[in-house]
Design a binder for this molecule. Structure first.
Ligand SMILES: Nc1ncnc2c1ncn2[C@@H]1O[C@H](COP(=O)(O)OP(=O)(O)OP(=O)(O)O)[C@@H](O)[C@H]1O
Ligand SMILES: [Mg+2]
Length: 270
């Protein structure tokens, strides 16, 4: 078995309509490593994750996971070790209630009562959505669906997590909770995200995709400090590294007229 947990080896993929989404993508991931997969819209992030899940098959190159080459005949085995959180949570939730969705994975792996219910409730508590246990997933808000999707994956205790935009549509508290959760999860994680602050908080290394090619593989700070690289790839540094304007609009506090004072300031400045 290779000492690299995941190995993309010169992987290329073109969609049936001729769109070349990935060309000769190579990178390695170590055991326990968290890698951020970043790049502008259309850079190829989701395509790369779909190849890993075996939903798409590369025309050339190879992907090895835990020493196993991903092929149509190994994909069932591969999927048992991977926990996927898709970009669209609707692809992931299909049971009548959130509880049943979260119970589905562990039940398939042979977890039975009396262990199953506490496992599900514990996972729902950790993701902050225990109060949604008996709601149908299709009636939830976007952020609630995403939290539920993440809970379904965590409950199956995969050995590697693959997440496409995990913080998308989450409010700041929910986002923080998910970041803490992922940080507490010691296994390998591949996280595709436009939330570069999250990537900075979580990831050991970053793979930068640009028009289907790997533009850089480096620690987050090395990438985020490289203005030329970011510009070339159509990216901006994490918000926390961006310069703030010297002074925001001043709010003159007039009792009961906060709004007008602020508006007045804006118009006066023009
Ligand atoms: N089903 C498809 N058929 C044809 N082309 C596709 C298909 N899905 C994606 N593409 C194209 O493949 C390229 C990579 O798309 P992909 O969805 O992997 O990008 P992404 O990096 O995930 O973007 P985003 O940040 O918007 O999620 C794009 O040019 C896209 O238009
Ligand atoms: Mg995508």
């Amino acid at each position: 078995m290779s000492h690299h947990y995941l190995h993309f080896n010169s992987v290329s993929f073109t969609y049936p309509d001729g769109t070349k989404a990935l060309s000769e993508v190579s990178f390695e991931m170590h055991h326990g490593e968290r890698i951020g997969l970043i790049g502008a819209n259309g850079a190829g992030k989701s395509t790369l994750l779909q190849l890993l899940a075996g939903f798409l098959v590369a025309q050339s190159g190879s992907i090895d996971l835990g020493g196993l080459k991903i092929t149509p005949s190994t994909i069932a085995e591969v999927r048992r070790t991977l926990g996927f959180v898709f970009q669209d949570a609707d692809d992931q939730l299909f049971m009548p209630t959130v509880f049943e969705d979260v119970a589905f994975g562990p039940a398939n792996l042979g977890v039975e009562e009396p262990e199953l219910t506490p496992l599900v409730m514990n996972t729902l508590n950790r993701t902050g959505i225990a109060h949604l246990a008996h709601r149908p997933p299709y009636h939830l808000s976007g952020g609630q669906k995403r939290a539920a999707a993440i809970a379904t994956v965590l409950a199956s205790t995969p050995s590697m997590l693959v997440l496409d935009e995990p913080a998308n549509a989450l409010d700041p508290m929910a986002r923080r909770r998910i970041i803490e959760q992922l940080r507490g999860f010691t296994h390998s994680q591949l996280i595709a995200s436009h939330d570069l602050d999250l990537v900075l908080d979580l990831c050991h290394r970053v793979v930068v995709l640009h028009e289907g090619k790997v533009a850089a593989v480096a620690p987050p700070m090395t990438v985020f400090k490289n203005k030329e690289l970011l510009e070339h790839c159509g990216l901006l540094p994490p918000l926390r590294m961006q310069e703030l304007p010297p002074e925001g609009p001043q709010l003159k506090v007039v009792e009961g007229h906060h709004h007008e004072a602020a508006l007045h300031h804006h118009t006066a400045e023009k």
